[in-house]
Design a protein around this ligand. Structure first.
Ligand code: ZN
Length: 306
């Protein structure tokens, strides 16, 4: 018999024992489901190749109105962890989350944000503004919350998750600082974001921009003459060069604003569409949170810094 045979036998047995012990874990890949693409991107940056992450809401999807489909329910019931935004962003899904919480880990990433930092969307009803991802410093709290959950659930990956989260947090800090510098390069008087979305409250507060919303203006009749006059006046007086509108806003209403400015000798242009409640397509830069944020800041800077 070969002199080395006993060593091989010991090695083989321990190898098999070791493999058998690990078999169930290897077989079970961690599955995480998130609601928005912003959260999916953040979680992917923490877990790397240790988990599969699925976002329910793709590009162009409105989370406020989103209803879970049957396949979403299946995905969520099979998931190990579910991350959602909270603060009533996913207004049509809160009941589902309450039910799922009985049997699995369901976490609102906004839980990580100190309450006093939240803005109110409707102060009379105490309803907070859910668009927290537009203040990068607040999104970093959400990263911390996700990291905390993942480390607690999977302590065997703690080191990996923590170092990934730290690296991503650094990227977010740089993004925050760059956005601050970019917006500050716009003359203070012109730092006004006229947009069709109601999503930019946190953005305005963090990066020192006044936000004028045009939401709710879907037809010309709703867009009263006095509103047009008052908006036109603001644009002219403050020398605002661009407004950021969507196709959902009545073209007639927008045209009358543009015409109104023109009559007063002020040229205004459409700055383009900003990303609001969803990321861009996965194959684009804007398919990531950082890419989306940079694209918005670039558009605002280009539009207003003329
Ligand atoms: Zn929204």
């Amino acid at each position: 018999m070969n002199k080395r045979a006993p060593f091989f036998a010991v090695f083989l047995i321990s190898y098999l024992l070791f493999s058998c012990q690990n078999l169930p874990k290897e077989k079970h890949h961690i599955t995480i489901v998130t609601t928005t693409g912003h959260i999916a991107d953040m979680v992917r940056n923490i877990v790397g190749n240790k988990a599969k992450v699925y976002a329910l809401m793709g590009p162009g999807v409105d989370p406020h109105l989103y209803k879970a489909s049957l396949s979403d329910l299946k995905l969520m019931s099979d998931a190990d962890i579910i991350f959602y935004n909270g603060l009533h962003l996913e207004g049509k899904m809160s009941e589902i989350f309450q039910k799922l919480k009985r049997t699995k880990k369901v976490v609102a990433v906004s839980e990580g944000i100190p309450k006093h930092l939240l803005l109110m969307a409707d102060s009379s009803h105490g309803i907070p503004d859910p668009h927290i991802w537009f203040d990068v410093s607040m999104w970093r709290y959400c990263l911390k919350e996700s990291e905390k959950t993942l480390v607690k659930e999977y302590p065997e990956h703690a080191f990996f998750f923590k170092s990934n989260a730290a690296a991503y947090d650094k990227e977010l800090r740089l993004l925050d600082e760059q956005a601050m510098r970019d917006i500050e390069s716009i003359p203070a008087k012109q730092r006004v974001l006229v947009t069709a979305h109601d999503a930019f409250g946190y953005f305005g507060k963090r990066y020192h921009m006044e936000v004028i919303g045009l939401q709710g203006i879907s037809t010309l009749s709703e867009y009263g003459l006095s509103e047009i006059t008052s908006l036109t006046k603001t644009l002219v007086v403050r020398n605002i060069q661009a407004i950021f509108v969507e196709t959902s806003i009545s073209e007639k209403a927008i045209n009358s604003v543009i015409e109104g400015c023109k009559r007063k000798g002020h040229k205004i242009h459409i700055g383009g569409s900003l990303y609001s409640d969803a990321l861009g397509a996965p194959n684009m830069n804007e398919g990531t949170y950082i890419g989306m944020f940079k694209a918005n800041v670039k558009l605002i800077k280009q539009g207003l810094n003329k």
